[in-house]
Design a protein around this ligand. Structure first.
Ligand SMILES: Nc1ncnc2c1ncn2[C@@H]1O[C@H](COP(=O)(O)OP(=O)(O)OP(=O)(O)O)[C@@H](O)[C@H]1O
Ligand SMILES: [Mg+2]
Length: 349
């Protein structure tokens, strides 16, 4: 495609050099950013996408093709108005430009619909599972009790073996069922606290469980206090951090397993059902094997697991707890770099 043909597209397109400098912008891009082509050419592309330093850091890898096509939704400032856009960085091979950036404005209602739809689906799934769990729980008590009575009646050890299996399996199923039923209701016990209180507790717990793992704390001490349900957010963060620690210790992929726990203040954040001007971002970064491709679309769904001993409830619960605070959990994952971000809005909805 020659440069002039890009002008016929209604989608904004930027063509970049290998250093990420804009070398061409089509007419739609001029309109979208409200900046003339002459001014667009020569600047580093990431500058158009606001103060998101994680995106900035990812640009070079995206251009060189490390992610395949990198897609991301974010909020940018367009002539003073914050608007959500969807960005795709497409690496080009053997062409005059190193990469192509495609930018679309996401209509606000579509975006909110998309996120709300997902939350609704997850909520419906959890509800179904919770009902099922209640149905399983009742007879389970009976089965366990009956096996105990039977055990008392039996006088050979060989037969006790069987009743012990029944009791042990009933207990295992019982604790799964309890976890499914666990998060009762939407009532949050809100207190004011600093996010680092949670981070520090999670840090201590993970150090105790995985003593040989390198865990790095990278805190922004200026992050203000927030109001929320401390125990639910603690549970959410712990579930995310344990996943990372398990991925690092259960696989044999990496030489120097390392987990980073990072806090930052974020601006213009895109949440489940709205935008927030200000929020807290807690990132959990590990250099493990990454989430299996087949699970990418459904890690937040209950009972989805990639681990032999997993129940697949950790992330589903974490997402539920964070969404109860108006926030969201998102992730990117590839081999050697997985990042989960817990985003909590700071101002009231
Ligand atoms: N940091 C990570 N690196 C690699 N894979 C991950 C990571 N975090 C999550 N996963 C994948 O996502 C799956 C779902 O995680 P989730 O916490 O919901 O369930 P689980 O860890 O399998 O079980 P549970 O948390 O209930 O004990 C995991 O089984 C794992 O395959
Ligand atoms: Mg887990």
């Amino acid at each position: 495609m020659d440069v002039a043909s890009y002008d016929l597209l209604s989608t904004a397109v930027l063509l970049l050099s290998s250093e990420g400098i804009i070398e061409h912008a089509n007419t739609a891009a001029e309109e979208l950013f409200g900046i003339s082509r002459r001014q667009l050419i020569g600047i580093a592309a990431y500058q158009l996408f606001g103060a998101d330093t994680t995106l900035q850091a990812r640009f070079p890898d995206a251009i060189s093709g490390k992610f395949g096509i990198l897609r991301q939704d974010l909020v940018v400032d367009r002539s003073g108005v914050a608007s959500p856009i969807s960005l795709a960085i497409v690496p080009l091979h053997k062409q005059a430009w190193a990469a192509l950036v495609e930018v679309r404005v996401i209509e606000h209602h579509i975006l909110i619909d998309r996120h709300q739809q997902l939350s609704k689906e997850l909520a419906a799934q959890r509800e179904t599972l919770r009902n099922l769990a209640h149905e399983v729980k009742n007879p389970l008590g009976g089965i366990r009790g009956a096996a105990q009575l039977l055990e008392a009646e039996l006088n050979t050890d060989a037969l006790h073996e069987y009743t012990r299996v029944i009791i042990a399996e009933a207990d295992r199923l019982g604790s799964l069922v309890d976890r499914l039923i666990a998060p009762q209701g939407e009532t949050l016990e809100k207190v004011q606290f600093n996010i680092h209180e949670i981070c520090e507790r999670v840090y201590t717990l993970v150090r105790a469980e995985f003593p040989h793992l390198e865990v790095v704390r990278d805190y922004d001490a200026s992050v203000p206090d927030l109001e929320g349900d401390l125990s639910r957010l603690l549970q959410a963060l712990l579930n995310m951090v344990r996943n990372a620690a398990q991925a690092l210790t259960e696989s044999e992929c990496c030489h120097a397993p390392r987990l980073v726990l990072r806090t930052r203040i974020g601006r213009q954040l895109l949440l489940a059902t709205r935008q927030a001007k200000l929020g807290i971002i807690v990132s959990i970064i590990d250099n493990g094997p990454g989430i299996p491709e087949s699970l990418h679309d459904k890690v937040f769904h209950p009972l989805v697991t990639g681990r032999a001993s997993g129940t697949g409830l950790g992330l589903s619960l974490a997402q539920e707890f964070v969404q109860q605070h108006g926030g969201i959990i998102e992730f990117d994952s590839r081999q050697g770099h997985t990042e989960f971000r817990m985003i909590l809005p700071l101002e009231q909805p």
